[in-house]
Write a protein that binds this ligand. Structure first.
Ligand SMILES: [Fe+2]
Length: 291
């Protein structure tokens, strides 16, 4: 049976792609950010996942403001990168795993969620950059793709948006789907985006370290206090773009068992964004004990 081994979450900032493309990892501005991924890379080298289910939000490649699904699941054999921002070259595609994608899609629909199923899907910096940072060299070593991916899209962009509670419950259904997949696969969950940031309006530049720390504490421990937050609460605390924390909550929902925090870093600012990295290991458990 497939087994969820843990989760990795990180902010996604287009400027990071530019830093990778220009080889600025040792630059004083960037070094603290990239160093934050080193413990995660060591953990990955130990656990060696086969598949990554990646929770992120589309930035206009697949869905624009005229058509915006609440949830979307990729079911493509390959996911081309189409826009990394800054005019830098796009990354090579990431391979998909359609049988697992369809298993997840069928399972969550049976649990009464209604995602869009995408048999063609593009990926952008929200997927490519965290993957390049976690899986070292994926952003530089062309063609190096150590895992297959299942992208899961969440509307964090335009109202109406799902609540944190809805995201968490959707993640729960995805976690149950993964753990009922018959093939022996090690699956890591990846949540991208956030943490606090706002790019426009009177509060442009808004950051909130206290709230971000609270959110990371809840993700590492008991996420239930976050379930009562409305999206307006989230905007007030984390800024409009901080709504991307929904991706982290969906990811956290898919962790069905007890977790142990492997590493956490938090660095302000990277291009007006509170940049965080957090890795959780799901403690061994029997699939039959899934909630
Ligand atoms: Fe984003």
């Amino acid at each position: 049976m497939a087994r969820i081994i843990g989760s990795m979450s990180a902010s996604h900032v287009p400027a990071v792609g530019n830093a990778i493309a220009r080889g600025l990892q040792e630059d004083p501005y960037w070094k603290p950010f990239f160093d934050g991924f080193t413990p995660a890379q060591k953990w990955l080298a130990e656990v060696k996942p086969d598949v990554a289910v990646v929770f992120s939000n589309d930035h206009g490649l697949n869905f624009f403001l005229d058509k915006m699904p609440i949830f979307a699941i990729g079911a493509a054999p390959s996911y081309p990168s189409a826009d990394e921002g800054w005019g830098i070259p796009v990354n090579d595609p990431w391979p998909g795993i359609p049988p697992l994608s369809w298993h997840i899609a069928n399972h969550v629909v049976e649990e009464e969620f209604d995602p869009v199923i995408c048999q063609q899907m593009l990926i952008d910096h929200a997927v490519c950059l965290p993957m390049a940072c976690f899986f070292e060299d994926c952003g530089r070593n062309k063609g190096y793709r150590p895992v297959k991916i299942v992208p899961v899209g969440i509307n964090t962009v335009q109202f109406p948006m799902p609540s944190l509670k809805r995201c968490f419950e959707f993640g729960r259904a995805i976690g149950r789907a993964i753990e009922s997949y018959p093939e022996d696969l090690k699956v890591v969950l990846i949540g991208t985006g956030g943490l606090s940031h706002q790019l426009e309006g009177e509060r442009a530049g808004h950051l909130n370290k206290k709230f971000d720390t609270y959110c990371m504490d809840c993700i590492a421990g008991d996420p239930s206090p976050l379930l009562g937050l409305s999206n307006v609460d989230l905007v007030e605390q984390a800024g409009t773009a901080g709504l991307e924390f929904m991706n982290w909550m969906t990811m956290r929902g898919a962790l069905l068992g007890e977790v142990r925090e492997v590493t956490r870093t938090y660095h302000i600012p990277i291009s007006n964004t509170a940049a965080a990295v957090q890795v959780l290991e799901q403690l061994p458990r029997l699939a039959a004990a899934a909630e």
